[in-house]
Design a protein around this ligand. Structure first.
Ligand SMILES: [Zn+2]
Length: 446
């Protein structure tokens, strides 16, 4: 039941009638000339509304709906908040009012009161944005967008993103971008970039073999294909929009995809293909509700070093971040001693603790080895007795806790690492004699 419901929720079509405005005068789009307020569409002005259907207006929306007034007002507030956020993100104030038909009970709407293409989509339990754009050359000079949507939680917001793009850019971009960003739109919250997606989408992404990046961005895809495809598009857009390694390039890429400027995923991210691929796999593997892609961005800058003699490497590990460079290039079989200074908290409640005194695994110092874009299984560092590297690799550290629960953590712990006095390394050939056996302390890295 839930799956069917979701299927429908995520189905969406964007029909764009491209109209070349040969007779329109060149110049500023009307909204720009009119100032800040968006223009009101005149399509339905004066048309009587069916009983049970009311109009609600706000700065950027004209909504016809049979929703109860309280629900209608709540939706309008959510739509306005989202529109403010996406206008800021794409750097374009909305130029015209978005007209929306939001249908809770179709029987209230008499025949002919809803456009046939909109009706078809609503009957399928989905949404559609009908757009018309006038271009001069490649520049959109005038546009209209009307949304028809079922009155569920996400579809009106999803469609409103399409409508905004249609009105202000004259296009919504390639399918992966258009639908990925519209899916983000339905989850968009002010000052909260943590993952909070539909539980069915979450389960699907957790249980599926990750779809490759190439598959997600492949040309020739059609909108409304399947909710599963929408889930992958969301995952890619969410990661690129939030991970600090890629976010600053993602916005201009989006703007070029929404305009006539040349741009493509390959052009923007080609040189970072291995890094993105690594972080995309990591994101899907550690995806949790509450996961913060920005806090878990990988550190590609810090170069690790092998320590010799009494030399030490030092790092500062932030409790709310994902894996962070310890600066140590560990050698298999070598034992290392850790000294930590400082405390952290794994939530807003409770006492600050030092990683060595945590009573459970939560709050202890965890490590993972990175070697040629592969990660070892994560492990808990035994601060009192030292740690023997099970394999070669750059050591990354973090405060151990579930990946969806990091954002309320506070505190930073300074970590010093040096070579231990005991070594199982065979001095004769320098090869590792044994690696650390799996212990009950080994973290499973949920
Ligand atoms: Zn869509």
């Amino acid at each position: 039941m839930l799956k069917l419901c979701l299927c429908v929720m995520l189905l969406c079509l964007t029909m764009i009638d491209r109209v070349v405005a040969q007779t329109s005068p060149p110049g500023e789009p009307k909204a720009k000339a009119a100032g800040k307020a968006a223009q009101t569409p005149d399509r339905n002005r004066g048309k009587p509304l069916p009983p049970g259907v009311r109009d609600y207006t706000s700065r950027n929306f004209l909504m016809h709906t049979d929703l109860p007034p309280e629900d209608a007002k709540e939706l309008l507030t959510r739509l306005e908040t989202m529109l403010t956020l996406i206008s800021k993100y794409w750097g374009k104030p909305n130029r015209a009012v978005i007209e929306m038909y939001v249908v809770k009970d179709l029987s209230v709407w008499p025949p002919g009161s809803i456009d046939g293409r909109g009706l078809q989509s609503i009957e399928a339990g989905a949404g559609v944005t009908l757009g018309q754009t006038a271009f001069i050359g490649n520049e959109a000079v005038d546009a209209k967008a009307v949304v028809y949507s079922v009155a569920d939680r996400g579809t009106p917001q999803h469609e409103a993103v399409h409508a905004y793009c249609q009105l202000n850019f004259g296009r919504t971009g390639p399918t992966w971008y258009s639908e990925g960003m519209a899916e983000m739109g339905q989850y968009w919250k002010e000052k909260d970039t943590s993952v909070a997606i539909h539980p069915v989408v979450f389960d699907y992404l957790k249980k599926s073999e990750p779809k490759s990046l190439d598959e997600i961005i492949a040309p020739g895809q059609t909108t409304g294909d399947s909710w599963e495809n929408y889930a992958w598009r969301w995952a890619l857009c969410h990661l690129l929009a939030n991970n600090t390694n890629y976010a600053s390039r993602f916005r201009p890429l989006g703007l070029s995809l929404l305009s006539s400027r040349p741009g493509s995923f390959e052009l923007t991210y080609g040189p970072s293909a291995r890094e993105i691929s690594f972080e995309y796999d990591f994101f899907l593997k550690h995806l949790e509700q509450g996961f913060r892609a920005d806090l878990c961005s990988w550190d590609w800058q810090t170069k690790p070093v092998a320590v010799r003699g009494t030399a030490t490497v030092q790092s500062k590990i932030d409790a709310k971040k994902g894996w962070q460079a310890s600066r140590l290039l560990a050698k298999a079989g070598e034992t290392y001693q850790f000294t930590t200074t400082g405390t952290w908290k794994t939530g807003t409640e409770g006492e600050a603790i030092s990683p060595g005194s945590a009573e459970s695994e939560t709050g202890r110092l965890a490590g993972v080895l990175f070697n040629d874009y592969e990660l070892s299984e994560p492990f808990i560092i035994d601060i009192a007795n030292g740690w023997t590297a099970p394999s070669d690799g750059a050591l990354y550290l973090r405060c151990h806790e579930g990946w969806g629960a990091l954002q309320d953590n506070t505190g930073t712990v300074a970590v010093k690492i040096k070579r231990g006095t005991e070594s199982v390394r065979t001095p004769a050939n320098g090869e590792p004699a044994e690696t650390l056996p799996a212990s009950k302390e080994t973290a499973t890295g949920k």
